[in-house]
Design a protein around this ligand. Structure first.
Ligand code: GTP
Ligand code: MG
Length: 229
């Protein structure tokens, strides 16, 4: 499957991925990566931000912090990515990370049925503790292990559509397939949101200016009238 086959749809913006230690930014967002232990959350984030992949499994303890910097049109976006641990033991700790997250990336592994079934639990937890307008991506990782696949692409897509998630995508942290793309798509979506709110703010400012001008001209008229009086 080529990248072109991926059903990622969003407006095309001019963008450039910047080094992860780039310090300047105009807009900053908090992202959280969640899902069962071992699905590849850390590998995926490492691949996307540092182009590193490790075959050995080092379970995350608590969380790990990453950054992804990107310039879209004339704005530099900094994604602050909180890669969380999937172990049950730390679940209550993770709920603190849901708050103030603009976007959540839920990961399962295409060769492990249980990790896909547990997505329901992750989504419920997320909805319970995050802001109502949090954006949610569903990621089916480890597509390089096609011969071990137990979750069809269509199942992931259906779950994503049924639950009105913002994006469904299959990835491989090992080959890098779509790894960076999910963070680029996250950035585009957040940038789109920024433009929408900016437009509303501009309109609000325009209305405010209009009201202000009307009020001013009324005041002037009143003053003129007063003068006249
Ligand atoms: P926790 O930190 O315990 O929550 O796990 P995690 O979701 O962060 O998993 P991690 O990224 O540590 O990966 C777990 C194991 O899966 C490691 O041995 C990785 O090498 C392997 N792995 C991760 N992504 C892929 C992938 O896309 N393909 C293959 N073949 N293996 C992968
Ligand atoms: Mg991890």
């Amino acid at each position: 499957m080529t990248e072109v086959d991926q059903p990622i749809q969003s407006k095309e913006y001019k963008y450039e991925v910047l080094p992860d230690d780039y310090t300047q930014y105009d807009l900053s967002y908090k992202l959280i990566v969640i899902g069962d232990s071992g699905v590849g959350k850390s590998c995926l984030t490492n691949k996307a931000t540092k182009n590193i992949f490790s075959e050995s499994y080092n379970a995350t303890v608590g969380f790990e912090f990453f950054t992804f910097n990107i310039k879209i049109n004339d704005k530099i976006l900094k994604l602050q990515i909180w890669d969380t641990c999937g172990q049950e033991l730390y679940r209550s700790l993770i709920t603190n990370f849901y708050r103030n997250s603009s976007l959540a990336i839920m990961v399962y592994s295409i060769n492990n049925k249980e990790t896909f079934e547990n997505i329901d639990i992750w989504l419920k937890e997320l909805r319970l503790h995050s802001s109502p307008d949090v954006k949610v991506f569903l990621i089916g990782n480890k597509v390089d292990l096609e011969s071990e696949r137990v979750i069809n692409r269509a199942d992931g897509e259906k779950y994503s559509n049924d639950n009105k998630l913002n994006l469904f995508c299959e990835t491989s942290a090992k080959t890098g397939f779509n790894a960076q793309k999910i963070f680029i798509e996250a950035s585009k979506l957040l940038y789109e949101d920024y433009l929408k709110y900016k437009d509303n703010d501009d309109k609000r400012n325009d209305n405010y200016n209009l009201e202000w001008n009307n009020k001013n001209s009324q005041d002037k008229n009143n003053k003129k009238r007063k003068k006249c009086c």
